[in-house]
Design a protein around this ligand. Structure first.
Ligand code: RIB
Ligand code: CA
Length: 313
């Protein structure tokens, strides 16, 4: 079976970086047509630069990287340096990139790629706020039906919020964009905090990254050593939650994950619950299902896959 064509839309972020490394280490499974950066964890100039850094760390300098939207569709940008550090990739000491950004805007790349590739052969993999994706759908509605699937990291139900009491960061930063995506009618798989909080980099797992001995393995160990502080302090977690790599792992081995096809709607009005993913997990409404909402993961299987693939780089 040929590799699945994907576009990774991202706001690196240490966990984004690991997701990108896993994708680039898996060419038999995933054909990364391009990486599009969006403002999120840190401002766009840093997320764009960090995407280049990660491609070079993977030794994949031919992957086109585009800068996208530098702010949400309607709200002020909220960033997460308190989690990811000032650079967005705090932890390892990685060199500035020699790679440069590809010319053109990320949104134009998404539109042009969806129009160029055969219909329903490209999967969009958003790992940050959905601004680039929703802007592409607004600017070129014809591309919506050409998307094969969206597999995104965002939202929460049982875990509720990580940036407010009710909202997960990616959705909270741009709720209007999320609303457009969730109402698009596209086949959406949601990887929420409910499952990513079960993918924790415990010390033995971090040791396994470091024991790979290659630049990627050591860098991932250093990234997760840094990135775990926030969740350890807030949740008492046993390690850093690998949110975004769950998207890549789902694409490679979906059998590691389980969930339900339910209705998910986005709060875009209430200041109190802005950005909440209202997931009808228990089917208490007659709202039509519009997303596969993942609730569980075989975490040992996930880390075995991730460690094996990082060892290839
Ligand atoms: O809430 C976690 C998500 O927000 C992850 O994608 C992380 O990288 C940040 O973007
Ligand atoms: Ca992210």
């Amino acid at each position: 079976m040929s590799a699945r064509k994907i576009i990774i839309d991202t706001d690196p972020g240490q966990d984004d970086a690991v997701a990108i490394l896993l994708a680039l280490a898996s060419p038999e499974d995933l054909d990364v047509l391009g990486i599009t950066a969006v403002a999120g964890n840190v401002p766009l100039d840093l997320t764009s630069k960090n995407a280049l850094i990660v491609c070079e760390l993977a030794g994949k300098v031919d992957v086109p990287v585009y800068a996208g939207c530098d702010r949400p569709m309607a709200r002020e940008l909220v960033t997460a340096e308190h989690v990811h550090g000032k650079s967005g990739l705090d932890g390892p000491n990685l060199p500035d990139p020699e790679m440069t950004l590809s010319d053109g805007h990320a949104v134009d790349f998404i539109i042009e790629t969806l129009r160029k590739e055969d219909p329903r052969t490209v999967t969009l993999c958003p790992l940050g706020p959905l601004t680039n994706i929703a802007t592409a759908f607004q600017r070129a509605p014809d591309v919506i039906e050409r998307v094969q699937q969206i597999v995104l990291m965002g939202g929460a139900y049982f875990e509720v919020g990580n940036i407010t009491p009710t909202a997960e960061f990616n959705i909270y930063v741009d709720p209007q964009a999320a609303d457009i995506v969730f109402k698009s009618g596209i086949d959406i798989v949601v990887i929420p905090l409910d499952v990513t909080h079960k993918a924790l980099v415990t010390q033995p797992r971090n040791d396994a990254f470091r024991a790979l001995g290659n630049a990627a393995g050591i860098a991932v160990a250093e990234m997760t050593d840094f990135f775990e502080r926030f969740d350890k302090e807030k949740y008492g977690s046993t390690g850093a939650p690998l949110h975004d790599p769950c998207v890549t792992a789902y694409l490679i081995k979906p059998e590691l994950f389980s969930g339900r096809h339910i209705n998910v709607e986005i709060e875009t009005q209430s200041p109190l619950t802005m950005g909440m993913t209202v997931a009808d997990w228990w089917g208490v409404t007659d709202r039509p299902p519009n997303a596969t909402f993942i609730g569980d993961v075989d975490s040992d299987g996930f880390f075995a896959l991730l460690t094996d693939r990082l060892g290839r780089l």
